[in-house]
Ligand binder design. Structure first.
Ligand code: ADP
Ligand code: MG
Length: 348
């Protein structure tokens, strides 16, 4: 696929013009939701939401800051730009329904490169049954900019905020943690090796899981459905984009409570542990401070324990305490460590 090379399959952006390009990229758009009355093609999209509350979130991704095209294929970038937004809607106990996508590109990119980007966007929309209803297209002096906005609706009108956690609630997490960070480290190592020796063949086979978690994250809408089917409404919820420590601190601060999390309860996949060993990073450090896992962190009432413990892919990792007790991680040796929001940028 050509971004910079001038090969024979390269079609220049200016050969289509802005309108031609928009038509070309959006010709295969499907509409899945009956609440979408008008998608692309007018001055504004028109939606007719079923619920009283509408959830809106947006993200801006900048080349060189949020993604690196040397190891992020454009198709995956398009997919991820969508799923990270879907994850924000999931974190409010909602389902995403529509998105708009705005891009700014330079003529360094070809039509084929943008086709790749949009194939990832279309795939995410198809999988999550979300409608691409509009956007904007502009030129940029160099890098690629992509901004996705998402519109969603809370499940059963039950929006869940960060501020609803109460003393004695159980702290739960979906899936496993630290893998996306292990994937990022692996990709950065390969990039360094490749830069030193462009003939080096990447050896990435045994890293499939962590790489997939980094370049193709999913939004945990399956968890939202699972909780709903089991009549559990979380008291608070957030998605894990900056590491567990930073996210639980958001919940505790906004809910005015403290917490105790147990180190030996943190869900970490064996593939993650094995990869992190090569980088001499402790799995707990990656789970607490590694970014981009896009799992859900939420609290439920004690009375939901019997149900929650039977649900696949959800772990109880601690509980909510009085604010005065602090926000603590309890090690297997029973020492308490104050949780700090280092964030994953700090680790780079
Ligand atoms: P306007 O001049 O009103 O901003 P545009 O010519 O930019 O309209 O866009 C025409 C239509 O195409 C609109 O429905 C707009 O939402 C949609 N659109 C523009 N750019 C994109 C894009 N990058 N992805 C998806 N839809 C787009
Ligand atoms: Mg426009």
């Amino acid at each position: 696929m050509s971004i910079e090379n001038n090969d024979s399959t390269r079609t220049e952006l200016n050969s289509l013009g802005e309108f031609g390009l928009i038509d070309h990229l959006t010709q295969s758009v499907n509409i899945f939701n009956k609440t979408t009355l008008k998608g692309i093609g007018d001055d504004a999209a028109v939606i007719c939401p079923e619920s009283n509350q509408v959830l809106i979130s947006t993200d801006l991704l900048i080349e060189g800051i949020h993604f690196d095209l040397t190891y992020m294929p454009l198709k995956h970038l398009g997919y991820k730009a969508c799923t990270v937004n879907f994850s924000d809607i999931a974190a409010m106990n909602g389902r995403p329904k529509q998105i708009t996508v705005s891009i700014a590109v330079s003529n360094r990119f070809s039509v084929e490169a943008l086709e790749e980007l949009y194939s990832g966007i279309h795939l995410a929309c198809e999988r999550y049954k979300v409608d691409l209803v509009g956007g904007d297209t502009a030129s940029s002096p160099g890098g690629l900019f992509i901004s996705v906005s998402v519109i969603g609706e809370p499940v059963d009108e039950k929006t869940v905020y960060r501020n609803g956690a109460n003393k004695n609630d159980l702290v739960c997490v979906s899936g496993d943690l630290g893998a996306a960070y292990a994937g990022l480290l692996t990709l950065e190592r390969e990039k360094a090796t490749y830069t030193a020796n462009p003939n080096a063949q990447p050896d990435l086979e045994s890293y499939d899981y962590v790489l997939e978690r980094q370049i193709k994250p999913e939004a945990r809408l399956d968890i939202i459905d699972l909780l709903h089917e089991n009549n559990i409404k979380p008291t608070s919820m957030i998605d894990i984009s900056d590491g567990l420590a930073s996210e639980i601190l958001h919940i505790c601060k906004q809910s005015d409570v403290g917490c105790e999390l147990y180190e030996d309860k943190l869900p970490i996949d064996y593939a993650t542990t094995r990869t992190l060993e090569e980088f001499k990073i402790l799995p707990t450090t990656a789970a607490l401070n590694g970014g981009e896992d896009y799992e859900l962190l939420f609290t439920v009432r004690q009375s939901d324990y019997e149900t929650i413990k039977t649900l696949k892919d959800i772990c109880v990792i601690g509980y909510i305490t009085d604010k005065e007790k602090g926000t603590l991680l309890i090690t297997p040796q029973n020492t308490s460590i104050e949780l700090k929001a280092q964030g994953w940028n700090h680790m780079r």
